[in-house]
Write a protein that binds this ligand. Structure first.
Ligand code: PMV
Length: 320
């Protein structure tokens, strides 16, 4: 019997990470250069209800009833069952694979939950709406990261650029002009939860200073939105670099990330910043087409483990 499978992309935060946890806006885009995949195979000869879950990358091969109830996969599977109003599952084998680097600011955990929820629901004959998948993935993110803003699960569930404010209706961005972005991996893994908790602690210790940083980030996000939606992309690069400077101030950058950002700028990028939780992971840089090769070469020479090129297409309805 063929498998029923589903994929979900990674994501990149263009502006506003961390401040978004504190109710400021952020801009995030799907990153289809990497993806998570879940495939569900029926296993008719296995005992009824035996659900085997295999995720080689994290060394996991267990049945659902062996997983702790707060395991992300268990939360996602039970979330699907609850949404569909079912209390048992037919015997099956779920295989999860992913090309999204783990703990690298690319939304790997949300993408896995989303691919898993979609594939399982489709296998059960009831494909889920994007918003239902988003709700399930947010529950997993809450378990994993404590106080997530919800931006990761939202941008990945809908697979569209978003202007995101916590607990507000989702706004999709209409990108007016295509953009070329470079992504460079520092090769250092850093879990999001502790980074978010560290910022919150520092905010609680000095709410005036940190509140002002978050407000400055929010201003950059709003300007970037205008730029992206009007097509006057000239200021976008400097806005990215200013956002990075503020991320340095809230102490989520690292010497390696700073080196990659400065390298990209020195090689002619229009702007650069870390993306995601920081502490490691990736940077993004905006570059004019003729500068891309030079910036990539410089980033690799400065220690980037790998780079990706991402063309953010214009939104069709944005062109009147
Ligand atoms: O590091 P990632 O891919 O999980 O991105 C986290 C983004 C933060 O703003 C730091 C946290 C959040 O919940 O929005």
């Amino acid at each position: 019997m063929p498998a029923i499978s589903a994929t979900a992309p990674g994501k990149l935060i263009l502006f506003g990470e961390h401040a978004v946890v504190h109710n400021r806006p952020a801009i995030a885009i799907p990153f289809n250069g990497v993806h998570a995949k879940a495939a569900v195979f029926a296993t008719p000869i296995a005992p009824t209800g035996r659900v085997r879950i295999e995720a080689q990358a994290i060394g996991l091969d267990q049945t659902l009833d062996q997983l702790a109830p707060d395991h992300p996969f268990a939360i996602a599977i039970h979330g699907v069952m609850k949404t569909l109003g079912i209390t048992w599952l037919p015997a099956c084998h779920i295989r999860i694979t992913s090309t999204i680097p783990i703990a690298a600011g690319m939304g790997s955990s949300a993408a896995v939950s989303i691919a898993l929820s979609r594939a399982l629901a489709a296998f059960l004959g009831h494909p889920l709406e994007d918003s239902a998948v988003n709700t399930i993935a947010f529950q997993v993110e809450q378990q994993l990261h404590g106080t997530p803003s919800g931006v990761d699960n939202t941008v990945i569930s809908f697979n569209r650029p978003v202007y995101f404010v916590r607990s507000q209706p989702i706004e999709f961005l209409k990108i007016r002009e295509p953009l070329d972005l470079l992504v460079a991996d520092s090769g250092i893994a850093a879990a999001t939860g502790p980074m978010v908790a560290g910022v919150s602690q520092r905010f609680n210790a000095d709410p005036d200073t940190y509140g002002a940083y978050f407000d400055q980030i929010a201003n950059l996000v709003r300007q970037a939105r205008m730029d992206l939606e009007s097509g006057a992309g000239n200021d976008l690069g400097p806005l990215m670099t200013q956002n990075h400077r503020l991320l340095q101030k809230i102490a989520v950058s690292t010497p390696e990330l700073d080196r990659l950002v400065e390298t990209a700028l020195a090689a002619g990028a229009l702007g650069a910043k870390l993306t995601g939780g920081g502490g490691g992971g990736n940077i993004i840089a905006l570059a004019a087409n003729h500068q891309i090769e030079k910036v990539v070469t410089a980033l690799l020479a400065a220690g980037a483990r790998r780079t990706w090129l991402l063309n953010l297409p214009r939104h069709e309805e944005a062109v009147s």
